[in-house]
Design a protein around this ligand. Structure first.
Ligand code: RIB
Length: 315
């Protein structure tokens, strides 16, 4: 039975809908407020669970606090069929929260306060090694300590397990080389720019943007075996060390909220790989999942079913 293991964060999303993003120092009134389950790790696990066939198991390795938010997050994952026996409830620390603003164009701005996510340690991964050993695909993001992600990559390399790293949020100071050594690296455009040290200022100075193919190629040079660069409404591109570059076209949808579109994409890629889809096909599947996610509000409530993705793929 294929098993997907996601190693990552769980957050409660505290979301205000606003007309436009506030400027520094400005107070604005929001339109409404919602509390919804989120966190890049949990979102990707739910995305994978909703998209996977009946024979695929999805597990999350993470940490929550011993509080009401943590309990609700665990209950929600259970309802989606995500295995949580390696999500540890941690005393004396709050569960992760994300404060999110979503504007009228569906663009968001997010502040994550990691709380218990910051306690996920290499020892937690060692405790989950039997589960990790059984995985066809292991997926990670960067809302947990970097040394834990490094340890996860090293463990998977030792065990010969396919790894996907979604480098979100992208650290301004970049990543050590060992963290690019994954089977599939899945940044979005702004994360790719941040990781390559391209700032809005340096971009303006250069008076031209770096082509997606060139950006993705930089990550191959740093050690990734393949790069799936997410370009939002422009689709995505795939570049592989083994050769080959493909542009995967976008699906045009009406955008309500882009939150978790990248998580839907990465979760779908994990399912595609676990099911043995060729990478280009998995990327098309992932583009469709990301597009559908943008049509609804919130992170986990917006993640699509397999049926919805297949319907869009048929159009
Ligand atoms: O990718 C979207 C997610 O980022 C939100 O659910 C929020 O919790 C932050 O982790």
């Amino acid at each position: 039975m294929p098993t997907i293991v996601i190693i990552g964060s769980l957050n409660t999303d505290l979301i205000s809908r606003v007309r436009a993003m506030p400027r520094p120092g400005q107070t604005i009134l929001g339109d409404d407020f919602l509390t919804l389950p989120g966190g890049k790790g949990a979102n990707q696990a739910v995305a994978a669970a909703k998209l996977a066939g009946a024979g695929t198991r999805v597990h999350l390795v993470g940490r929550v606090g011993a509080d009401d938010f943590g309990k609700r997050l665990l209950d929600g994952l259970g309802r989606h069929g995500v295995g949580t026996r390696h999500v540890t409830v941690t005393e004396r620390v709050a569960s992760g929260v994300a404060t999110i603003l979503v504007d009228r164009k569906g663009e968001n701005s997010i502040v994550v306060t990691p709380g218990a996510n910051a306690k996920l340690s290499p020892a937690d991964l060692d405790a989950a090694e039997t589960l990790i050993r059984s995985a066809s695909v292991v997926v990670m993001q960067l809302e947990i300590p970097r040394q834990t992600v490094r340890h996860a990559i090293a463990t998977c390399q030792r065990l010969g397990i396919y790894t996907i790293l979604d480098p979100a949020p992208a650290p301004a100071k970049g990543l050590p080389r060992a963290m690019f050594a994954v089977d599939l690296f899945t940044p979005n455009e702004s994360e790719a720019e941040a990781l390559l040290g391209i700032t809005p200022r340096s971009r303006a100075h250069r008076k031209r943007t770096i082509e997606p193919k060139q950006m993705a190629g930089e990550f191959l040079a740093r050690g990734a075996k393949a790069v799936a660069l997410k370009l939002g409404s422009r689709g995505s591109v795939l570049i592989e060390r083994a050769g080959g570059f493909q542009t995967i076209r976008p699906f045009k949808v009406r955008v309500t909220d882009t939150t978790a579109a990248g998580d839907a994409f990465t979760g779908a890629l994990a399912v595609g790989r676990a099911e043995g889809m060729p990478l280009v096909e998995a990327m098309r599947f992932a583009n469709a999942a990301g597009a559908i996610c943008c049509q609804s509000f919130g992170a986990q409530p917006a993640l699509p079913s397999r049926e919805a993705v297949e319907r869009l793929l048929r159009t």
